[in-house]
Design a protein around this ligand. Structure first.
Ligand code: PLP
Length: 227
């Protein structure tokens, strides 16, 4: 039984796909964030041993436990919906927070960053999908939040993040990414530090790259499905 379990972990990352994704990203100079939520530390370590350093997690408790168990040079991306009262747990080490969509959250990140004597890089999340359930700002809210954030000294707005609709309709997904890219280009004029456009997941990262993404967040293609 134990041997079978061990073999399961060895098989759990898709090495060929990892190399393939890296070669797809290369001409775009895009960063791969390997989304390891719900996956065991063994899988993360296996990908780390191949050279991967950027990993993304959605849950604070899980991220903190993994950060403690894994090498210190991993760059941890928080890509989930972050609750204000949990910022303090990840503030000492988080590399980039992708999903910021309110001034209250940004203020709390600023406060916790100051407590840890560091600056925390953030992406503002824009709502681009047709589904109403996803988090994120509309164009006006984005503009307002960028203005408000200029008074904060310990957070840095590094760019935008968005999720396209979960749709088979590639045309629709492409249009949503186009819209986000346009907002991103406009944001860069208002905000000198904006340089990252985080868009694209396992099912749509190639379209995202074609539409101007320079950071993709890929989970199931690398680690297998999550049940
Ligand atoms: C889970 C998740 C991903 C990765 O999704 P896959 O389809 O498994 O690649 C990317 N971004 C966010 C925000 C996620 O929650």
């Amino acid at each position: 039984m134990l041997i079978i379990f061990g073999a399961y972990f060895i098989m759990a990352i898709h090495i060929d796909r990892y190399q393939e994704i890296l070669s797809v990203l290369k001409p775009y100079h895009a960063t791969l964030v390997a989304v390891s939520k719900i996956k065991p530390v063994e899988d993360i370590k296996a990908l780390y041993d191949l050279g991967q350093r950027d990993f993304g997690e959605n849950y604070v408790q899980e991220l903190v436990a993994k950060q403690q168990a894994l090498p210190a040079d991993i760059r941890w991306h928080f890509i989930g919906h972050l609750q204000r009262n949990k910022v303090k747990y990840i503030a000492p080490f988080v590399h980039l927070i992708h999903g910021v969509d309110s001034f209250e959250l940004l203020k709390e990140i600023d406060k916790q960053a100051a407590k840890n004597a560091r600056t925390i890089d953030c992406l503002l999340q824009v709502h681009i999908a047709s589904e109403t359930t996803k988090f994120g700002l509309n164009a006006q809210e984005l503009e307002a939040l960028m203005k408000q954030s200029s008074g904060l000294t310990q957070v840095q707005i590094k760019g935008l993040m968005g999720m396209a609709s979960f749709s088979e309709d590639a045309k629709q997904v492409r249009q949503e990414f186009k819209d986000l890219k346009q907002l991103f280009d406009r944001s860069k004029q208002a905000c000198a530090t904006a340089e990252i456009l985080s868009m694209g997941m396992s099912g749509d990262y190639i379209i995202a790259l074609e539409e101007g993404s320079n950071m993709v967040r890929i989970g199931s293609l690398l680690f297998g499905g999550r049940v």
